[in-house]
Design a protein around this ligand. Structure first.
Ligand code: 6GU
Length: 226
């Protein structure tokens, strides 16, 4: 899978893209993430990518030309399954959306900024508008990073143990059961007895009961989705 992220702040994403699981996934050849600086595509002699809004509103608006030039250059190389725009008024990102997007081959994520982008871009070039939650971020870069992380870890082979993505919290609308490691007792704090028993069926039963109890207590709204 390939993700192309278009941004005015590429340095904000460079660290993220070249670290940890994402770096490993790219080294293994399972995913490619390319960060594009929108300023490289502007025809403005001052490298500007925004302009004053018609109608005299406050703030600046990202102009059509650089965005269109960047997306067109990418589309000339390959076909894209989605051209995503990060915006607080988009559809809420969640695990089912991450699952769906992890099955795609090529994605563009355009990071929003300033007051917004010229609406014609949203009408003509964007295929999906996504928010990561009901709060306002300064720009779409963190949203693009959150989405890329959630999507890439679902690509087969990215996580060492594929099971571990399948048993994530939310994957079945249940929160995950608690996990423990050695020692079995630390400062008098004990690991639940059943986990030391080696009795596989009993352990599974305990995990499910824990998942249900934690979901009921912490996120009852998830149980209504089942
Ligand atoms: Cl995608 N962008 C911005 N600027 N703020 C947000 C968001 C996106 N999702 C939640 N808040």
């Amino acid at each position: 899978m390939r993700i192309d992220i278009i941004t005015v702040l590429p340095e904000m994403l460079d660290g993220f893209v070249n670290t940890s699981i994402l770096a490993r996934a790219q080294k293994k050849g399972l995913v490619e993430i390319h960060v594009h600086n929108l300023r490289d595509y502007t025809l403005d002699k001052h490298r500007r990518v925004d302009d004053y809004p018609f109608g005299g509103f406050a703030g600046m608006v990202m102009a059509c030309q650089p965005i269109d030039a960047c997306i067109s250059a990418l589309k000339a190389e390959r076909e894209y399954d989605e051209v995503i725009f990060t915006t607080p008024d988009g559809e809420q990102f969640d695990q089912p959306m991450a699952n769906e997007l992890s099955l795609k081959r090529n994605l563009i994520i355009l990071c929003g900024h300033y007051k917004g982008i010229d609406y014609r871009i949203r009408e003509h070039l964007i295929t999906k508008e996504v928010s990561i939650g009901d709060y306002v971020l300064t720009g779409g870069e963190l949203a693009a990073a959150v989405m890329s992380d959630a999507i890439v870890r679902l690509v087969p082979g990215v996580l060492s143990d594929e099971q571990s993505a399948l048993s994530d919290s939310f994957q079945d609308n249940l929160l995950a059961a608690p996990v423990y490691t050695r020692p079995a007792e630390y400062k008098g704090w004990k690991v639940p007895e059943v986990l030391l028993s080696g009795h596989e069926a009993k352990i599974k039963e305990w995990e499910l009961a824990q998942s249900l109890e934690r979901t009921q207590r912490l996120r009852p709204d998830l149980l209504e989705k089942k």
